[in-house]
Design a protein around this ligand. Structure first.
Ligand code: FE2
Length: 294
């Protein structure tokens, strides 16, 4: 992939979130839709402040002790598998040394926080359950939207890791496929600090692989030999921009080698009229059911 990609078209968000016919046809054709000024700078700053508080209150020792109760990979695996209805903190690769000690201050070593911020934290709940977002989700075809997964992606200066090409429906599978990602730029994201990269029209090739439980293990299973067609574009997103990503569109992001962070908040929804696959990785406790906007 060339280091400089063409920059994808952006639209100015409507006041109530309802997309114009041009936006809808662009989304259908490309599998992504970039809406500038969907969230105000003030709302982004408030969420960033809340993230800083969550990180401040997080004790990395709690993770270290979890990891040291078993062999590291198994415990880390469990820490992830169990995170669908919790707020958990995930570190960049190489954040710990062989003794299990952090090699950097915690706020510089985190990769992401997930996966139920929208249900467990009042600030995230408010940000995630706006009428504007509800209007948009419904207009995009999610008749009964369920807010199933949320994450903060830190993309720290210099060390923010790459995210490989993937489709979100591989991880959050429904029949028919309805998974949709809503990715908010809390800071300017461009090609210098690892913005999203999307394959325009790539969603038309269908699902390429599925990540799911096979017994107690999570496996990645190839489901198709199709090769998605379409150019890769930089989904550059100034602060406050919402990038909508169809669950089947291949996307990735490069490492952040710049001195600027690239904090983002990603929320995933599916349509409850579709069937949620019981072997998806993400689990919720019976007393923590997935909820909609209400
Ligand atoms: Fe993704």
């Amino acid at each position: 992939m060339p280091s400089e990609l063409p920059v994808a078209k952006r639209f100015e968000s409507t006041a109530d979130g309802k997309p114009s016919p041009k936006m809808l046809s662009f989304y259908e054709e490309n599998g992504f839709l970039i809406l500038e000024n969907f969230a105000s700078h003030a709302a982004c700053d408030a969420l960033k402040a809340r993230i800083a508080e969550l990180v401040e209150g997080f004790d990395p020792e709690s993770v270290r002790s979890t990891f040291s109760t078993d062999d590291q990979s198994h415990a880390q695996d469990f820490y992830f598998k169990d995170s669908g209805d919790k707020i958990r903190f995930f570190f960049e690769t190489g954040a710990f040394d062989s003794k299990g000690d952090l090699v950097k201050p915690k706020h510089q070593a985190l990769n992401k926080i997930g996966h139920a911020l929208h249900d467990l934290d009042p600030e995230f709940d408010r940000f995630s359950r706006s009428d504007k977002l509800s209007n948009l989700a419904t207009a995009l075809g999610l008749e009964d939207p369920a807010l199933v997964q949320s994450m903060v992606i830190m993309k720290q200066p210099f060390i923010g890791g790459e995210v490989g090409m993937h489709q979100d429906s591989s991880f959050l599978y429904t029949t028919p496929m309805t998974t949709t990602g809503f990715w908010f730029a809390l800071e300017d994201a461009d090609q210098s600090n690892g913005c999203l990269i999307g394959q325009a029209g790539g969603h038309k090739a269908g699902l390429l692989e599925r990540f799911h439980y096979d017994g107690d293990s999570l496996v990645m299973e190839k489901t198709s030999d199709a090769e998605p067609q379409g150019p890769y574009e930089a989904l550059a997103a100034p602060k406050g921009t919402l990038v909508v990503i169809h669950g089947l569109v291949p996307h990735s992001s490069a490492a952040n080698t710049s001195a600027r962070s690239r904090e983002a908040y990603a929320l995933h929804m599916f349509d409850r009229n579709a069937e949620w696959a019981a072997d998806n990785w993400l689990k919720r406790a019976p007393d923590m059911p997935v909820k909609g906007f209400a």
